[in-house]
Design a protein around this ligand. Structure first.
Ligand code: SF4
Length: 341
């Protein structure tokens, strides 16, 4: 474990010391009995039934690896400790992870005990990862917080990244206050009609904006960073540019600047390529191609017109969409010293 990250103590360690982390885990677990963990509000008992997310009361993990393709402030030199949770509460027709998110039968019988998952977190820490990155955590929050109680007791001391599609419940997010250090939400759409057509959730903009406003309330616009530049606490909103202005990027940027702050950090992403149903001929014609240079330029202009924060990341348009994780650029270079962390 590096010495540089020692001065930062993730918030959950103090909550674990006082017993509050365990109390929150119990409250979240109770919610599984009549599940309203996400805005779908299926209302079913997840110990015996499955809702839209097709996930019961145990965690289901697709994979866990050090990941070097996240924004540099997360990946650093040793990688972000990504835990890809299987299944999802959304049904995006263009999902680039659809094998993980929308094929629940593939994961039947592969649920993970809390003890096993704690071991996965600790294994990523032992491999030198800079954080524990919960990817698509929304529908598995109770399981993850239960696991964090165990992992914290066994020496986990890395910040938690909540890497979400933002279709989250604000009530659940309030229970994550002080547990999650880094919020990494998508903001997928600004138009309910687009959200309905392409993710089957017309209320996505309303819920996602409320969720991100709650994340902002918890961590604000400023970042806490390690001496080497790695992000330790803060909010970074991801905006994936879609063809034909389906994402409504400019509207989302205006909302961020007006409802939150122009200082909020965003990551503008060019990596869209047709996947899943969008890759099938004739199914979703407006999503059947990568974005054009003109669409990318308009998104960049929107960013320049609205936000003034120092930590905005911009993917390299030339590397998209051939590469699944195109390079990010930034106004600064936090990793000039390869041995910083
Ligand atoms: S977490 Fe799953 S079961 Fe619970 S409300 Fe959301 S989709 Fe339904």
């Amino acid at each position: 474990m590096s010495d540089v990250r020692r001065p930062f103590r993730p918030g959950y360690l103090e909550l674990a010391r006082t017993g509050e982390l365990e109390a929150r885990a119990r409250r979240l677990d109770e919610m599984l009995r009549r599940c309203e963990i996400c805005p779908r509000a299926c209302g079913i008992d997840r110990r015996t039934q499955l809702g839209v997310c097709a996930t019961g009361d145990r965690a289901v993990v697709a994979s866990a690896v050090p990941h070097h393709g996240e924004e540099p402030v997360l990946s650093g030199n040793m990688g972000s400790g990504t835990v890809f949770l299987a299944n999802c509460n959304l049904r995006c027709v263009f999902c680039q992870n659809h094998q993980i998110s929308q094929r629940p039968k593939r994961f039947v019988g592969r649920s993970t005990s809390d003890e096993e998952l704690a071991g996965i977190f600790l294994g990523l820490q032992d491999r030198g990862c800079h954080n524990i990155n919960w990817v698509s955590p929304t529908h598995q929050v109770p399981q993850l917080v239960r696991t964090l109680v165990i992992a914290a007791g066994r020496g986990l001391d890395l910040p938690i990244v909540y890497n979400t599609n933002a279709y989250d419940s604000t009530e659940v997010l309030r229970m994550l206050d002080g547990i999650v250090d880094i919020y990494l939400p998508d903001l997928k759409y600004s138009d309910p009609a687009m959200a309905s057509t392409y993710s089957r959730v017309p209320d996505y903009p309303r819920h996602a904006r409320a969720a991100i406003a709650e994340m902002y309330r918890q961590v604000g616009p400023s970042w806490v960073r390690a001496p080497g530049g790695l992000l330790r606490r803060g909010l970074l909103i991801r905006l994936l540019v879609l063809p034909n202005d389906i994402a409504g990027i400019r509207e989302s940027l205006k909302w961020i600047a007006g409802a939150l702050s122009p200082q909020v950090s965003v990551s503008l992403m060019a990596q869209y390529y047709p996947a899943h149903f969008a890759a099938r001929a004739g199914r979703f014609p407006l999503l059947s191609r990568p974005i054009s240079a003109g669409e990318w330029d308009r998104a960049l202009e929107g960013l320049q017109d609205t936000l003034s924060g120092e930590n905005c990341f911009i993917q390299d348009f030339r590397s998209a969409p051939e590469s699944y994780h195109p390079d990010f650029s930034n106004t600064e270079r936090p990793f000039g010293d390869e041995k910083a962390e």
